[in-house]
Design a protein around this ligand. Sequence first.
Ligand code: HSE
Length: 297
Amino acid sequence: NEIRIFCPATIANVSCGFDVLGLALDSVGDEMVVRKTTEKGIKITKLTGQDLPTETLQNVAGVAGLALLAESDHVGGFEIEIYKKIKAGSGIGSSAASSTGAVWAMNQLLGSPFTNLELVKFAMEGERLASGVAHADNVAPALLGGFTLVRSYQPLDIVKIPTPPELYATVIHPQIEVRTSDSRRILKTSISLEDGIKQWGNVGGLIAGLFTNDYDLIGRSLVDHIIEPIRSILIPGFDKVKEEALGAGALGCGISGSGPSIFALSKGKKTALVVAEAMRKVYEKIGVDYDVHVSKI
Ligand code: HSE
Protein backbone atom coordinates (compact mmCIF):
# COMPACT_ATOMS: atom_id res chain seq x y z
CA ASN A 1 0.00 0.00 0.00
CA GLU A 2 3.04 2.25 -0.07
CA ILE A 3 5.67 2.94 -2.69
CA ARG A 4 8.92 4.97 -2.66
CA ILE A 5 10.06 6.28 -6.03
CA PHE A 6 12.76 8.30 -7.78
CA CYS A 7 11.37 11.15 -9.93
CA PRO A 8 13.92 12.21 -12.55
CA ALA A 9 14.80 15.74 -13.54
CA THR A 10 14.24 16.42 -17.24
CA ILE A 11 15.58 18.72 -19.95
CA ALA A 12 12.77 20.04 -22.11
CA ASN A 13 13.08 21.48 -25.63
CA VAL A 14 16.63 20.06 -26.18
CA SER A 15 17.43 23.19 -28.25
CA CYS A 16 15.42 22.71 -31.45
CA GLY A 17 12.26 21.05 -30.05
CA PHE A 18 10.37 23.74 -28.15
CA ASP A 19 7.45 22.09 -26.28
CA VAL A 20 7.93 18.77 -28.12
CA LEU A 21 11.32 17.24 -27.21
CA GLY A 22 12.56 16.22 -23.78
CA LEU A 23 14.96 13.87 -22.04
CA ALA A 24 15.22 12.39 -18.56
CA LEU A 25 18.36 12.54 -16.43
CA ASP A 26 19.42 9.26 -14.89
CA SER A 27 20.88 10.53 -11.64
CA VAL A 28 19.28 13.88 -10.79
CA GLY A 29 15.82 13.91 -9.26
CA ASP A 30 13.46 13.91 -6.28
CA GLU A 31 12.10 11.14 -4.10
CA MET A 32 8.48 10.57 -3.23
CA VAL A 33 6.57 8.20 -0.97
CA VAL A 34 2.96 7.57 -1.97
CA ARG A 35 0.49 5.72 0.25
CA LYS A 36 -3.02 4.45 -0.49
CA THR A 37 -5.56 5.55 2.14
CA THR A 38 -9.21 4.94 2.86
CA GLU A 39 -9.76 8.68 3.25
CA LYS A 40 -10.91 10.34 0.02
CA GLY A 41 -8.77 12.87 -1.85
CA ILE A 42 -5.06 13.66 -1.98
CA LYS A 43 -3.06 14.89 1.00
CA ILE A 44 0.51 16.20 0.80
CA THR A 45 1.67 15.07 4.24
CA LYS A 46 5.33 16.08 3.94
CA LEU A 47 7.39 18.31 1.63
CA THR A 48 11.08 18.87 2.30
CA GLY A 49 13.92 20.57 0.39
CA GLN A 50 11.93 23.43 -1.17
CA ASP A 51 9.52 26.06 0.01
CA LEU A 52 6.42 24.98 -1.94
CA PRO A 53 2.72 24.89 -1.04
CA THR A 54 1.31 21.68 0.45
CA GLU A 55 -2.39 22.50 -0.09
CA THR A 56 -3.61 19.91 -2.57
CA LEU A 57 -4.97 22.42 -5.08
CA GLN A 58 -1.81 24.54 -4.93
CA ASN A 59 0.59 21.65 -5.34
CA VAL A 60 1.36 20.12 -8.75
CA ALA A 61 1.41 16.57 -7.34
CA GLY A 62 -1.94 17.24 -5.66
CA VAL A 63 -3.55 18.57 -8.82
CA ALA A 64 -2.17 15.80 -11.05
CA GLY A 65 -3.25 13.22 -8.47
CA LEU A 66 -6.78 14.64 -8.37
CA ALA A 67 -6.96 14.41 -12.17
CA LEU A 68 -6.17 10.69 -11.91
CA LEU A 69 -8.59 10.14 -9.01
CA ALA A 70 -11.41 11.77 -10.98
CA GLU A 71 -11.07 9.05 -13.64
CA SER A 72 -10.50 6.19 -11.21
CA ASP A 73 -12.97 3.95 -9.38
CA HIS A 74 -10.79 3.95 -6.24
CA VAL A 75 -13.09 4.96 -3.37
CA GLY A 76 -10.32 6.14 -1.04
CA GLY A 77 -7.42 8.50 -1.64
CA PHE A 78 -3.65 8.92 -1.32
CA GLU A 79 -1.05 10.51 0.94
CA ILE A 80 2.06 11.91 -0.67
CA GLU A 81 5.46 12.76 0.82
CA ILE A 82 7.75 14.80 -1.45
CA TYR A 83 11.51 15.05 -0.89
CA LYS A 84 12.61 17.74 -3.33
CA LYS A 85 16.18 17.80 -4.57
CA ILE A 86 15.34 19.65 -7.80
CA LYS A 87 15.07 23.39 -7.21
CA ALA A 88 11.85 25.04 -8.31
CA GLY A 89 12.38 27.44 -11.22
CA SER A 90 15.73 25.89 -12.18
CA GLY A 91 14.66 24.69 -15.63
CA ILE A 92 15.08 20.95 -15.15
CA GLY A 93 11.46 19.97 -14.69
CA SER A 94 10.90 20.35 -10.96
CA SER A 95 7.11 20.48 -11.30
CA ALA A 96 7.08 17.63 -13.84
CA ALA A 97 9.03 15.37 -11.46
CA SER A 98 6.39 15.85 -8.76
CA SER A 99 3.30 15.59 -10.95
CA THR A 100 4.61 12.58 -12.87
CA GLY A 101 5.85 10.85 -9.72
CA ALA A 102 2.46 11.22 -8.07
CA VAL A 103 0.42 9.75 -10.92
CA TRP A 104 2.93 6.99 -11.72
CA ALA A 105 3.01 5.81 -8.09
CA MET A 106 -0.78 6.04 -7.69
CA ASN A 107 -1.27 3.99 -10.83
CA GLN A 108 1.10 1.31 -9.50
CA LEU A 109 -0.75 1.15 -6.17
CA LEU A 110 -4.07 0.78 -8.02
CA GLY A 111 -2.78 -2.15 -10.10
CA SER A 112 -1.96 -0.12 -13.26
CA PRO A 113 -5.44 0.65 -14.62
CA PHE A 114 -4.13 3.61 -16.69
CA THR A 115 -1.93 3.70 -19.79
CA ASN A 116 1.22 5.81 -19.99
CA LEU A 117 -0.59 8.22 -22.30
CA GLU A 118 -3.35 8.70 -19.72
CA LEU A 119 -0.73 9.26 -17.01
CA VAL A 120 0.95 11.93 -19.16
CA LYS A 121 -2.44 13.67 -19.49
CA PHE A 122 -2.98 13.66 -15.70
CA ALA A 123 0.57 14.91 -15.06
CA MET A 124 0.05 17.71 -17.60
CA GLU A 125 -2.55 19.18 -15.21
CA GLY A 126 0.33 19.77 -12.77
CA GLU A 127 2.20 21.62 -15.53
CA ARG A 128 -0.88 23.72 -16.21
CA LEU A 129 -0.86 24.79 -12.55
CA ALA A 130 2.89 25.49 -12.56
CA SER A 131 3.25 27.42 -15.81
CA GLY A 132 -0.23 28.21 -17.09
CA VAL A 133 0.27 25.86 -20.06
CA ALA A 134 -0.19 22.08 -19.98
CA HIS A 135 3.00 21.29 -21.90
CA ALA A 136 4.12 17.64 -21.97
CA ASP A 137 7.80 17.89 -22.90
CA ASN A 138 8.97 17.40 -19.29
CA VAL A 139 6.32 14.97 -18.03
CA ALA A 140 6.65 12.59 -20.99
CA PRO A 141 10.37 11.86 -20.48
CA ALA A 142 9.93 11.89 -16.68
CA LEU A 143 7.41 9.07 -17.13
CA LEU A 144 8.96 7.09 -19.98
CA GLY A 145 12.68 7.77 -19.42
CA GLY A 146 15.23 8.65 -22.12
CA PHE A 147 14.19 10.92 -25.00
CA THR A 148 10.57 11.56 -25.94
CA LEU A 149 8.84 13.48 -28.69
CA VAL A 150 5.37 14.99 -28.37
CA ARG A 151 4.35 14.38 -31.99
CA SER A 152 0.98 16.01 -31.39
CA TYR A 153 -0.89 17.67 -28.52
CA GLN A 154 -4.36 17.22 -30.00
CA PRO A 155 -4.77 14.33 -29.95
CA LEU A 156 -1.90 13.66 -27.58
CA ASP A 157 0.68 11.44 -29.30
CA ILE A 158 3.95 10.66 -27.51
CA VAL A 159 6.83 8.85 -29.18
CA LYS A 160 9.70 7.27 -27.25
CA ILE A 161 13.06 7.86 -28.96
CA PRO A 162 16.14 5.66 -28.32
CA THR A 163 19.17 7.08 -26.49
CA PRO A 164 22.64 6.46 -27.94
CA PRO A 165 24.67 4.49 -25.36
CA GLU A 166 27.43 7.05 -24.83
CA LEU A 167 25.29 10.18 -24.52
CA TYR A 168 25.74 12.21 -21.31
CA ALA A 169 24.26 15.50 -20.17
CA THR A 170 25.98 18.26 -18.24
CA VAL A 171 23.66 20.75 -16.55
CA ILE A 172 24.77 23.94 -14.83
CA HIS A 173 22.28 25.93 -12.79
CA PRO A 174 23.05 29.58 -12.03
CA GLN A 175 21.35 30.19 -8.69
CA ILE A 176 18.53 32.40 -9.88
CA GLU A 177 14.92 31.45 -10.32
CA VAL A 178 13.15 31.93 -13.65
CA ARG A 179 9.45 31.20 -13.65
CA THR A 180 8.35 29.28 -16.73
CA SER A 181 5.29 31.50 -17.00
CA ASP A 182 7.56 34.59 -17.21
CA SER A 183 9.95 33.08 -19.72
CA ARG A 184 7.01 32.04 -21.90
CA ARG A 185 5.47 35.50 -21.82
CA ILE A 186 8.50 37.09 -23.52
CA LEU A 187 8.31 34.78 -26.54
CA LYS A 188 6.90 35.85 -29.89
CA THR A 189 3.72 34.06 -30.94
CA SER A 190 4.68 33.69 -34.59
CA ILE A 191 7.85 32.75 -36.48
CA SER A 192 9.06 33.31 -40.04
CA LEU A 193 8.96 30.54 -42.62
CA GLU A 194 12.75 30.84 -42.86
CA ASP A 195 13.17 30.12 -39.13
CA GLY A 196 10.64 27.30 -39.35
CA ILE A 197 12.63 25.62 -42.10
CA LYS A 198 15.84 25.75 -40.06
CA GLN A 199 14.13 24.50 -36.92
CA TRP A 200 12.30 21.50 -38.38
CA GLY A 201 15.45 20.53 -40.29
CA ASN A 202 17.23 20.36 -36.94
CA VAL A 203 14.42 18.46 -35.19
CA GLY A 204 14.50 15.84 -37.95
CA GLY A 205 18.31 15.73 -37.80
CA LEU A 206 18.34 15.27 -34.03
CA ILE A 207 15.80 12.43 -34.16
CA ALA A 208 17.71 10.74 -37.00
CA GLY A 209 20.97 11.10 -35.02
CA LEU A 210 19.41 9.57 -31.91
CA PHE A 211 18.12 6.59 -33.90
CA THR A 212 21.41 5.93 -35.68
CA ASN A 213 23.85 6.81 -32.84
CA ASP A 214 25.29 9.52 -35.09
CA TYR A 215 26.86 11.82 -32.51
CA ASP A 216 28.06 14.39 -35.06
CA LEU A 217 24.56 14.69 -36.53
CA ILE A 218 23.17 15.09 -32.99
CA GLY A 219 25.67 17.89 -32.42
CA ARG A 220 24.87 19.66 -35.71
CA SER A 221 21.17 19.52 -34.88
CA LEU A 222 21.37 20.97 -31.35
CA VAL A 223 20.59 24.46 -32.62
CA ASP A 224 17.73 26.79 -31.76
CA HIS A 225 17.12 29.85 -33.94
CA ILE A 226 13.81 30.79 -32.36
CA ILE A 227 13.67 30.60 -28.56
CA GLU A 228 17.30 30.76 -27.43
CA PRO A 229 18.07 34.26 -28.76
CA ILE A 230 15.13 35.64 -26.76
CA ARG A 231 15.45 33.69 -23.52
CA SER A 232 19.22 33.68 -23.23
CA ILE A 233 19.21 37.32 -22.12
CA LEU A 234 17.67 36.13 -18.82
CA ILE A 235 20.63 33.83 -18.14
CA PRO A 236 23.89 35.23 -16.75
CA GLY A 237 26.92 34.53 -18.97
CA PHE A 238 24.93 32.31 -21.36
CA ASP A 239 27.00 32.99 -24.50
CA LYS A 240 30.30 32.47 -22.70
CA VAL A 241 29.15 29.25 -20.97
CA LYS A 242 27.99 27.90 -24.33
CA GLU A 243 31.21 28.89 -26.08
CA GLU A 244 33.35 27.22 -23.40
CA ALA A 245 31.18 24.07 -23.36
CA LEU A 246 31.52 23.67 -27.13
CA GLY A 247 35.25 24.45 -26.90
CA ALA A 248 35.60 21.68 -24.29
CA GLY A 249 34.12 19.14 -26.69
CA ALA A 250 30.36 19.20 -26.09
CA LEU A 251 28.26 18.08 -29.07
CA GLY A 252 25.85 20.94 -28.41
CA CYS A 253 24.70 23.33 -25.71
CA GLY A 254 21.52 25.28 -25.03
CA ILE A 255 18.92 26.39 -22.50
CA SER A 256 17.40 23.62 -20.39
CA GLY A 257 13.62 24.02 -20.61
CA SER A 258 12.68 27.58 -19.81
CA GLY A 259 16.02 28.21 -18.06
CA PRO A 260 18.04 29.41 -16.28
CA SER A 261 19.86 26.04 -16.32
CA ILE A 262 22.13 25.48 -19.32
CA PHE A 263 22.65 21.96 -20.65
CA ALA A 264 25.27 20.40 -22.88
CA LEU A 265 25.26 16.93 -24.45
CA SER A 266 28.51 15.04 -24.85
CA LYS A 267 29.76 11.73 -26.16
CA GLY A 268 31.18 9.89 -23.15
CA LYS A 269 31.29 10.69 -19.45
CA LYS A 270 34.87 11.92 -19.58
CA THR A 271 34.00 14.69 -22.05
CA ALA A 272 30.84 15.56 -20.07
CA LEU A 273 33.02 16.07 -16.96
CA VAL A 274 35.50 18.26 -18.90
CA VAL A 275 32.51 20.28 -20.17
CA ALA A 276 31.23 20.65 -16.58
CA GLU A 277 34.61 22.03 -15.55
CA ALA A 278 34.66 24.50 -18.47
CA MET A 279 31.15 25.74 -17.64
CA ARG A 280 31.97 25.96 -13.92
CA LYS A 281 35.05 28.12 -14.62
CA VAL A 282 32.94 30.72 -16.42
CA TYR A 283 30.68 31.19 -13.39
CA GLU A 284 33.66 31.19 -11.01
CA LYS A 285 35.20 33.98 -13.09
CA ILE A 286 32.12 36.18 -13.30
CA GLY A 287 31.05 35.42 -9.72
CA VAL A 288 27.77 33.60 -10.28
CA ASP A 289 26.74 30.93 -7.75
CA TYR A 290 25.90 27.65 -9.44
CA ASP A 291 25.56 23.93 -9.13
CA VAL A 292 26.55 21.54 -11.84
CA HIS A 293 25.71 17.89 -12.56
CA VAL A 294 26.76 15.27 -15.05
CA SER A 295 24.25 12.52 -15.76
CA LYS A 296 23.70 9.64 -18.10
CA ILE A 297 20.49 10.02 -20.09
N1 HSE B 1 8.72 23.73 -23.20
C1 HSE B 1 8.60 24.44 -21.97
C2 HSE B 1 9.13 25.84 -22.16
C3 HSE B 1 9.38 23.71 -20.92
O1 HSE B 1 10.21 25.97 -22.72
O2 HSE B 1 8.48 26.80 -21.75
C4 HSE B 1 9.34 24.35 -19.57
O3 HSE B 1 10.17 23.60 -18.71
